[in-house]
Design a protein around this ligand. Structure first.
Ligand SMILES: [Zn+2]
Length: 288
């Protein structure tokens, strides 16, 4: 059973439409003009199934991405890789390698720029160039976006919505981005915070990732022993309790999800939160 805890009541953020007041009723997505549609920001995805999504940011990386893939393969686990366009340009072959392994590729921007600091034109460039790098490398057109640094912005949410993206935050941050992070601390945080429907953020790019790899080697079998299945964000969407979220999953796979779960009309109101204009709140807790 999913727990909604304390300050994390907004774990699942539905970023829907602009309204003049916080008390204004939230309208159904299908009734809004495309120009007003904002991308949803998902920090976790409610599901009765014992599933956890793993995500890896800032790659692809020639050294660490293959090690992550090997471990995921060993434990029949899947994940979503939020890649940076400029790294894709450096290691284009990795995109097909990731997708051929049954994993999912998401957009993490072209240069890992913080979108709230950019002009609308620069925001568009960061998003579209990142997507173009993925497709130019032979990858599928991305539909998931992770904000660099986790920083939201009104302009980015609107543009990502118009471009058909869903923004993916996180609910488990083992802080492997921190200088001096140890494999033990990464492992402990994941095992402490793991719950069905949660989204774990880790990193396979940028600086040295030995602690992340070592932690992964331990947490995958540990979570498996607890009955968890590690999946990509897309797979978690497919298995969500809510039709609204299942509809965000890639279409070829959503058919399977419909056969497994009964549709519910919409997510409860308590899981709906407006994106604050000019908010600079990280999409999860800290850096991405
Ligand atoms: Zn990042």
């Amino acid at each position: 059973m999913l727990k909604l805890r304390g300050a994390a009541l907004a774990v699942l953020t539905f970023v829907l439409f602009p309204s003049s007041s916080l008390a204004a009723p939230v309208r159904a997505p299908q009734h809004a003009p495309a120009a007003e549609r904002r991308a949803m920001l998902l920090r976790e995805i409610p599901t009765q199934a014992k599933l956890i999504a793993f995500t890896f940011d800032d790659g692809p990386n020639q050294r660490y991405t293959p090690q992550v893939l090997e471990l995921l393969r060993k434990y029949h686990a899947h994940a979503t890789f939020f890649v940076i366009g400029q790294e894709v340009v450096r290691f284009p072959a990795m995109i097909k390698t990731i997708e051929a392994a049954g994993m999912e590729v998401g957009n993490h921007g072209m240069h890992h720029k913080w979108l709230h600091k950019l002009t609308p034109g620069e925001v568009r460039q960061e998003i579209t160039a990142g997507a173009d790098a993925i497709t130019a490398a032979g990858g599928k057109k991305p539909y998931l976006y992770r904000l660099a640094g986790g920083f939201e912005s009104e302009a980015a949410a609107k543009l990502l919505g118009r471009l058909g993206y869903t923004m993916v935050g996180w609910s488990v941050d083992p802080r492997d981005w921190r200088m001096g992070a140890s494999a033990d601390s990464i492992e402990q945080i994941i095992m402490r915070d793991a719950e069905p429907g949660h989204i774990v953020i880790m990193h396979d790019g940028s600086i040295h990732r030995e602690p992340t790899i070592t932690a992964l080697r331990h947490v995958l079998p540990a979570l498996e022993a607890k009955g968890y299945q590690i999946v990509s964000v897309g797979e978690l969407l497919q298995r969500s309790d809510y039709a609204t979220l299942r509809e965000l999953a890639p279409k070829p796979c959503s058919k399977k999800a419909k056969t497994v779960h009964k549709a519910k009309p919409a997510a409860p109101r308590s899981w709906i939160e407006r994106l604050r204009p000019s908010a600079r709140t990280p999409a999860g807790r800290q850096a991405s």
